[in-house]
Each structure stands twice: as C-alpha cells, then as structure tokens.
Design a protein around this ligand. Structure first.
Ligand code: CTP
Length: 407
C-alpha cells in the first residue's frame, strides 16, 4: 500500500459529520504511507474536531476557509486544486455531496472540488434517511456519472441511535479505495478478472478438516492491483485470514469442489482467470457425521482426488481469455512451473518457491519466476507479492491488447 501513496499529495476534506474524528486516523495512516496530506475543514467540521489535531498529524496548516489569513489573494484553492494527486472527502456529508453534484462553490472544499482535475473520492457518512433520500441518491448518481468515486457508506449503528446504511467505512477500506483512485493506469478498465484465493478446508467430521497454510495474501494483492487498474474483480475465496477490498465481488467457499463449481459458473464471463488459491488436491473419502473418537490403533485416512480447477478452465477456455496459474514448488521451481503451464493449458504461470526460509506461503514476499508459453521465464528474485501482482497484471494487460494467434 505504501508504494501507492509515497510522494503523492492528498487533499483531505473533512466535513461536518459526527464521524469527523475518524478523519484523524485516515490522515495519520496516509502520512504513515508517505503521502503529503493537506487537511481542509468546513466550519461544521471545526465544531466537531479541532484543526490543531489534524495539523499535528499532518504537519501542515489546516485550511479552514477561503478568506482566512489572506489566502484568497494567493488563490490557495486553485494552487491546491492543481497540486492534489487525490481529493479525498472523508467523511462526506449529504451537504458536500449535494454541493459538488450541483457545482456550488461557497466554501474552500466545495470551491476546490470544482477547480481540481485530480480524482475525487467521497467517503459518505450520514443518517440512513438522509443517505437514502432521493435527493442524495440522485446527487451521488450524478457525481458517479462524472467520474467521482465513492467508498461506502457501510451499515451499522449510527451516532443518531439508528441502525442502517450511513456509517463511515473503516479506515483500511478508505485507504484501499484511495490507493486505487491514485493509480492513473486504467489499462484493465472494462475487463473482468476472476481470481481464486486462499486455502480449502476439506471436512473430515464436524470438528476437523484437512487444510493448508495459504493465507490468501497473493489473491488479495491481485484483487487490489486489478481494481486499481480499473478492472471488475470477482474473487472465489476459500478460507483465508486476509481481508479483500470492498470493491471486489466475493464468493466464499470452503472446499475445492465448491471452488470448482463457483469458478466454472463465473469463468465464461471473465476475461482473465488467475488461479492463486492453494487448492486441496485431495479430500477425505468420507465426511463423518459424528465426531471420530480417539482410539489407540494407527488410523488410516482414505483420500480421493479433487478436481483440478485450473486444468478444467484451461481445457474449456474461451478464445481471447488469459489464464494464469501458480506453481508452488520446493525444487526445480521454474522447470516444474513450465511443465504445469503446459499440462493445464495456461498462458502465464507464476512459479513460487515454497518450504524453507523463503517460503511464499504465509509471507508478504516470495521468490518468483514468471513462466511464459513461448519464451524463457523471467526470474524476479525475492519480491513483495504486491509488486509481483502489479508486474503480472502489466503482462496480462499487454496480452489482452495484443492480437493473439488462435485466441
Ligand atoms: N490448482 C487447481 N486445482 C487443483 C490444484 C491446483 O486449480 N486441484 C491450481 C492452483 O491454484 C495453481 C496451479 O493449479 O494455480 C498449480 O497448483 P500446485 O499446487 O502448484 O500444483 P498441483 O497441480 O496441485 O500439483 P502438485 O501438488 O503435484 O505440485
């Protein structure tokens, strides 16, 4: 995530929602990620949080209005509008959304929103009825049509005591959306990327299962990177500890057979398939309804093979699709990867070293090779999974835009 923000200027507009205090956490996380954050508060926001807090967090003067401290003569709003790489309004009230939708410019934030050509991201927070009011719905739809981005709101208990839609989403979710908005390369816009992610749990009895150590970190990195390039992202997720970006459409599954069914249903409509899950190759022949009791004799567990999802997709591929697999290998990593690419009829394959100190499983980094059909593998060495995902997506974007024989 840090890579996305380093060296970027984010104008953080804070408007008068009870959630205004959460803007401090958003600002702090952005600064931690290397962004220069320029805080701006409306008059109502100043009644809820002190500008001094945001100034201390960001190390910059908080902008409070068009006419303060002689800034109007500097045309500070125009300068900031130009300087911003991203204009984030968090929290965004119904009022600022209405002003932006209608081109009203009567305070610093609304005026600068009109002047900026940077991507604009709103994180709404308001009472449910205000959010669901047709006026707000229309304003949001109008802003979306003009290219503005929205993250949330979420559902839950609101400050006004009611339950429903209107909560400011979590800081992590705002940062993810901001990172995506900052990426100017939308080379996967209009494309649908289907990703399998995480492990499988193959049940043995009501309390036990066979699983593996996959965390879903690689799948998450691909989902984030693909969304930030403008793709529509579908993830079929096995059990996993990693949260997925809110903008991804997620199908949760447990077993390899459930994953197979979900993938086969979705893949005909996908442009790209990325098999990042550590699929369980076998499952117990029998799932016991009652708990298996402990005994003193050796216990043998008969296993039967699961379907190979990547091979099934490779065997029924639609022309023009790009299919990407992984290979988790303890030795002969690129050579074994190349054999899997051919056996499963894939276009690209990421061969990872697993086991030992450099194991790709459960780690942020991996030792990887990108294996191609027609040329020698690219040896990437040990790289962060986020960087790996980005490099592979660049290759995928090239393949999608280049005419391919037989595709
Ligand atoms: N894969 C799959 N379905 C399976 C097994 C694997 O879709 N039943 C996919 C994985 O998601 C990965 C690729 O196939 O993209 C290779 O997985 P890997 O575990 O490295 O290899 P296997 O084919 O399972 O072979 P082996 O375990 O013998 O190395």
């Amino acid at each position: 995530m840090k890579r996305c923000f380093s060296g970027k200027t984010v104008v953080l507009g804070v408007t008068g929602s009870i959630a205004a205090y959460k803007a401090c956490e958003v600002a702090s996380r952005l600064v931690e990620c290397g962004a220069a954050v320029i805080p701006a508060l409306t008059e109502s926001a100043c009644k809820l949080i002190g500008p001094a807090t945001l100034e201390a967090i960001t190390g910059r003067r908080a902008i409070l209005g068009l006419w303060e401290r002689g800034t109007a003569s500097d045309m500070e709003h125009i300068a900031m509008a130009r300087q911003a790489d991203l204009f984030l309004v968090a929290p965004a009230t119904a009022n600022i959304i209405a002003k932006a939708a209608n081109g009203i410019a009567d305070d610093w934030i609304s005026t600068t929103l009109l002047a900026t050509r940077a991507p604009v991201l709103f994180a709404p927070a308001m009472n449910t009825n205000m959010y669901l009011h047709p006026a707000t719905r229309d304003n949001i739809a109008r802003l979306r049509r003009r290219g503005a981005l929205f993250v949330g709101p979420g559902k839950g208990r609101l400050a006004c005591g009611t339950e429903g839609e209107g909560r400011l989403v979590e800081t992590d979710t705002i940062l993810e959306a901001a990172a995506m908005a900052l990426n100017p390369h939308k080379d996967l816009f209009g494309r649908t990327i289907l990703i399998t992610s995480g492990a499988n749990h193959e049940p043995l009895d009501p309390v036990r299962y066979i699983g593996n150590r996959s965390t879903g970190r690689m799948g998450r990195a691909f989902a984030m990177a693909a969304l930030s390039r403008g793709a529509r992202v579908w993830v079929v997720r096995g059990p996993s500890t990693e949260p997925l970006p809110a903008a991804a459409q997620v199908t949760d599954v447990q077993t390899a057979r459930e994953m197979y069914d979900a993938v086969m249903e979705l893949v005909p409509r996908a442009d790209v398939f990325i098999a990042a899950a550590a699929v369980a190759d076998y499952r117990p022949e029998t799932t016991h309804i009652s708990k298996i009791k402990r005994g003193t004799d050796a216990f043998t567990l008969p296993l039967v093979p699961n379907p190979d999802i990547a091979a099934a997709v490779g065997g029924s591929r639609r022309p023009g699709q790009v299919l990407v697999g992984f290979a988790a290998e303890t030795e002969n990593v690129p050579a074994n990867g190349a054999a899997k690419l051919r056996a499963k009829n894939l276009d690209l394959l990421i061969a990872n070293r697993v086991g030992g100190a450099r194991s790709a499983i459960g780690s942020d980094d991996c030792e990887a090779w990108l294996v191609h059909r027609e040329r020698e593998p690219d040896a990437y060495g040990v790289i962060p999974k986020t960087v790996l995902a980005d490099r592979v997506l660049s290759e995928i974007a090239r393949m999608l835009s280049a005419p391919r024989p037989g595709a």
